[in-house]
Structures are given as C-alpha cells and as structure tokens.
Design a protein around this ligand. Structure first.
Ligand code: GDP
Length: 610
C-alpha cells in the first residue's frame, strides 16, 4: 500500500505544461506515479497527464508509434510516453489495496475455499408474480423464526432449504439487476425468470431474458400461475424455445418449473433446481480474507444515519472493521441480519444491514473492507482524483469501438437495437448479423421494438454496448442518462447508412461523424384524407425549408411523438423537391398518419462533421 500515488501532482503537471515538451527531455523531473488502465486512447492519456494531445502524439512519433488522437494504445507504449513526461506508470488494479479498482473477487489459487450459497434474482414481466413468488419462498423457508413473524425487508433475504442456504435479492426486475451491473457489480449467480402460464412470454420477459444473458447468468424459468384455468405450460415452453432459451426436455440446458406462487405450489421443486444449478456453478468463496460485497440498497434512517444493505460476496465482514464503499468510507458500527437480529459478522453470500457509513452509497457500489482508516482515506482520496478519468473508460462510442477493433484490442461489437415496429427489428437484426468480419463480429445484446428507454441505456453501460435506434425516438430520460453514463446512441432512418457505419466500425475504420441539423419548421394547418393511403398534413413552412429527403420529427405539446422520413411532398397537386419559407405544401411522413392541426414538423438534415 502506497499513499503517494496520484495522477500527477498539480505542481508537476503545471510546471511541465509551462515548460512544454522539450524541457521534459532535458531535465530529469521528480517522478510521480500515474495509474493507467491496460489500454487507453491517446486523448485519455493526454488528459491524465494534463498535456496537449498534439504534444503527446509528437512524443509517440518520437518513440516510433504513429497514432491519431482517438487511437487506443496499450499500457507498455503509454508508459514510455509517461516516462518522458516524468511520470512512472503503474497498471490500474495492480496493487490490491490501491486506486480505483474493484476489490477483487478473484479466488483463484486461494486456500480455504468453501462452497457459498447461490444469490438469486427474480426477473420477468410486470404482474407475472415476481413479488408474490419472493414472498411465498420467504414465508415458507425463513431461517430465523425467533423474531415473532416480523418480516424485515432489507432488500435481500436468505432461506434455508434442504439444509442449504439460498440468498434472494428482494428487488425484482431486470432494471434493478442491470442498474447494479452498470455500476460494476456482479451480484447475481442465478436468474429465475417468472412467466405467467396464462399470459405467456411478454415484451419484458424477452427484455429480462436478454439482460440475464448479457450478464451470462444461468436462467431457471418458473412458469407461474399454474392454478389459473387458462394456464398453458406447453405454449410457454414453445415460446421460450422460439426466443432462444432451449429447455431441458428439448435437449437444452434451461430448467423450467411449473409453480403457483399464490397457492404455494411447486416452490420446493424450484428451490431444488436452484440448488442443482448452484452445484453446477461451483460457487466458492474464501471466508478468511477481507470482505468484498455489493450494496443492494441504502437509505438514511432518522436516528441511525445511513443504513445500507450489503451482500457480502467473499470474505467476512465484521463489526468494528473499516470499509470503503464507492467514494466514501466508514467503520462498521453494527450489523443486522435479514431477520433483524444483531450479528457480529457476515460471511459470503450473506445479506446484512450495515450501520456506520458517513454517506449513503448507491445500489451496485462495491464495498471492500480494509485494514485501517488511513488506507480507507487513501483509497477514497485517490478515487476522487481518478473519478474523472475513470468515466472516460465507460461504454465505448462507435468511433472508440472502431479504433479498438482496428488495433485488435476487441473483436466484438456489442449492439442494442431499437426500432419502430417488430417487422423492422428482424430486418435490422438480419442485416447486421451478416456483417461480421475477420476482425470482429456483431453481438446483438438486445433487440426490440419501441423507443429507446433508460433500461436500454443501463444495459448499454453494463454490457459496454452501443445503442442503435432505427426510425425510433429516444425518451427524454434515456437521453439524459446516456449523457451522464456516456452511452453512444445512434439514430438512423435509412438502413444502408446504418449498415455502412457498422460495417466500417467492424473493419476498424472510423466513419465520418454525421450530425443532424435543424433545417426548418413546418406547421400543420389542415389535415386531408387520402383514402387508404392515410392522411396528408396540409402545412405551411414557417422557417427554413423542407425537402423530399428530409428527416422529420413530429412535435406535439413540446414532445417528439414520431420520427420518420418524408414520404411525399406536394405543392397543390405537383410533387416537389423542396419548399421554402412562406409556402404551403402537403406532407406525408413515413409511418405516421394521425396529424393534428397545430403539430409542428421539425425538419432535419444530416451533415458531415469535418
Ligand atoms: P410482479 O409485478 O411480477 O411482482 O407481480 P405480483 O407478484 O405483484 O403479482 C401480480 C398479480 O398476480 C397479483 O394480483 C398476484 O396476486 C397475482 N399472482 C401472483 N402469482 C399468482 C399465482 O400463482 N396464481 C394466481 N392466480 N395469481 C397470482
């Protein structure tokens, strides 16, 4: 543990900037340590050293490396450059108790490994019975019955079944699951996918499936509501297979268990199967090492201060110990089990309520116990310094991905696809799947119809994927989240453009950046019927112009309600190529017919950024 590591002391950075690059070579500046990841772009490296990227590129050339600003270089090359600037590079995560790294869960080669209980999350479509199932399991199998039936909800609980423990995360749904994963946590060992037998597979079932698969977590399907007259197990099984989950009876690996959460039927079979899968997964942990865990939920209690539920993943968390969580630390004042009893320690896969943190952490934050307050303070201090650059290592943009493919660093392009209607999902998926090259292949993490929402952005963060929208809009919340999480959302209306961009990225080539610029506005003043072909918007160009090739956002009440290309543009009866300010025209936008007087058509044009 060293405490003198930092991202260039302000003194060193400033003097070097003032001296410029040449001076760096003639003096032997005092050495500062600089933490670097395995790979980073030239731009990121320049930022970390607080140097002009152009100077860094020149330094690279001096070292015999031709690289542009977006090029990704590896640690060995980067460390040579940092040396020239007086920084000693150290690989991020090399020193176990230092820096912004996740406390490692790696148990390879560790002695004293013991089997640990599986951690299970319940996913599925709304109203299919996730909460009822969690309650049913809890009620029939609580470990500690001493507290007179008081059920504490701390965000996770443990049951004992067949002499073995199973931990359930009590925050059902893939949104919470993926939000945790986006923060770097890998909390779940097994996903139970709940499908109502009367309803069958629904859009969120598919979403949940994709989220679990993206996390590479084994899935067990609980076919719920078997007590309902319309229950149809075979239909659910067929639908599972159609969606790529090959069930056991049909030669696959996915176990299905019919249950009724309401009647508490089939619960034992479900738990039996969870234990079977858990055994196959060989879940092990070392209770004798320092604890690493993940925050499941947290809030402020008026009398107790910040209260956090921690799922201990490995090691043993003890009262009195010092812990670091995200960018805060604290001394463990007290621990409470899921049944509300005070405990002195908590081992692997155990959820506990923790008192003693100075600030509220976020769900998905990693907790690690350390040996002293000094170490905790050092780590937090270093994380504060690193936080900015750390964000730069989030999900890649299409350009980043292209340059990483170009340099051979990655060989897979992760995509999340959202389109206007189901028909285009299949078309886009089909066109993109074919594109894989020798250098890299397309991996479609999730594809569905509908607008781009916050869950898609979370999934992109967690899976380091790019979100592709085809003829669909981005929800305002998702747009905001994408900005903070730095997720790249690409919108297309023309399939060949999309294919071309992805194709270029897969070949390691950076496509010219295309931005959309507003070219004018058109107001709908009357709506005419054109029979079976739908409606025509009788419109007036209030500013700018509209052309036959424009992209249109239909805006109503300040919100974009549709996005599509111009399908037809007429002046009286004649087809026209464009209409300018002050003219009237008849507009038809592809995929839309419900024009209302007062709608505004925002006219967009694609422009290449030079
Ligand atoms: P969630 O949104 O997936 O958490 O679903 P809930 O657990 O809230 O359940 C939704 C509705 O389905 C509730 O009215 C439950 O009582 C009902 N429900 C859940 N499981 C069963 C079941 O096995 N049989 C029947 N008949 N109803 C169920």
């Amino acid at each position: 543990m060293t405490s003198n590591q930092n991202i260039g002391s302000s003194e060193g950075g400033a003097t070097q900037r003032a001296r410029g690059n040449n001076a760096v070579q003639e003096t032997a500046p005092e050495t500062n340590n600089l933490l670097l990841p395995d790979t980073l772009s030239v731009h990121e490296l320049a930022n970390l050293m607080e140097e002009d990227p152009i100077d860094v590129i020149k330094e690279l050339i001096r070292q015999g490396v031709m690289a542009n600003i977006n090029q990704v270089i590896d640690f060995d090359i980067a460390s040579k450059v940092t040396q020239a600037y007086g920084f000693e590079a150290q690989r991020l995560g090399e020193d176990i108790d230092n820096g912004w790294r996740e406390f490692s869960l790696d148990e390879k080669g560790a002695p004293n490994l013991i089997a640990r209980p599986p951690v299970v999350t319940i996913l599925g479509h709304v109203d299919h019975g996730k909460t009822t199932l969690l309650d049913a399991i809890r009620e029939s199998n609580v470990t500690d019955r001493e507290v007179g039936g008081i059920t504490q909800h701390i965000g996770a609980y443990q049951v004992e079944y067949s002499g073995q423990k199973i931990t359930f995360l009590d925050t059902p749904g893939h949104e919470a699951f993926t939000a945790m994963r986006a923060r770097g946590a890998r909390a779940t060992d097994i996903a139970v996918l709940v499908v109502a037998a009367d309803d069958g597979i629904m859009p969120q079932t598919i979403e949940a499936m994709d989220h679990a698969r993206a996390a590479q977590v084994p899935i067990i399907v609980a076919i719920n509501k078997m007590d309902v007259p319309g229950a149809d197990v075979d239909r659910v099984k067929r639908q599972l297979v159609e969606n790529g989950l090959v069930i056991e009876e049909w030669g696959g690996e996915v176990i299905t268990v019919p249950v009724s959460a309401k009647e508490k039927q089939g619960i034992d079979e479900l738990l039996d199967n969870i234990l079977v899968v858990s055994e196959v997964e060989e879940l092990r942990a070392n209770p004798e090492r320092s604890a690493v865990g993940v925050i499941v939920e947290a809030q402020v209690d008026k009398s107790k201060g910040p209260v956090a539920t921690v799922l201990v993943q490995t090691g043993t968390l003890r009262t009195g110990g010092v812990v670091v969580v995200g960018r805060t630390w604290g001394r463990v004042r007290a621990l409470f089990s899921d049944s509300g009893s005070r405990v002195e320690y908590a081992g692997p896969s155990t959820p506990v309520e923790l008192l003693g943190l100075s600030q509220i952490p976020m769900a998905g934050d990693i907790l690690g116990s350390v040996d002293s307050e000094k170490i905790a303070k050092d780590i937090v201090g270093e994380r504060d310094r690193l936080s900015q650059s750390q964000q730069d290592f989030a999900a890649p943009t299409l350009e980043d991905a292209a340059s990483r493919i170009g340099s051979g660093e990655i060989s897979e392009l992760n995509l999340i696809i959202k389109t206007d209607v189901q028909g285009t999902v299949d078309a886009v998926r089909g066109s993109l799947s074919k594109l894989s090259t020798e250098k890299a292949r397309v991996s479609i993490v999730h594809a569905a119809s509908g607008s781009i929402n916050e869950t898609d952005v979370m999934l992109a963060t967690a899976s380091r994927a790019i979100v592709i929208g085809f003829s669909t809009k981005v929800e305002p919340g998702a747009r905001k989240l994408a900005e903070t999480e730095k997720v790249d959302i690409r919108q297309y209306d023309i399939i060949y453009r999309l294919v071309e961009d992805v194709q270029r990225a897969l070949s390691g080539l950076i496509a010219p950046e295309i931005r959309e610029v507003v070219e004018g506005h058109v107001e709908v003043r009357a709506v005419f019927s054109a029979g079976r072909r739908g409606n025509i918007a009788g419109s007036y160009v209030t500013d700018g112009r509209i052309t036959r090739n424009s992209i249109i956002h239909i805006i109503r009440g300040g919100e974009i309600i549709h996005r599509g290309l111009v399908a037809s543009l007429k002046h009286f009866k004649d087809d026209v190529r464009e209409m300018a300010t002050g003219f009237e025209c008849g507009v038809v936008v592809e995929g839309f017919t419900d024009y209302v007087v007062g709608d505004v058509l925002e006219v967009l044009r694609e422009q290449q950024v030079t």
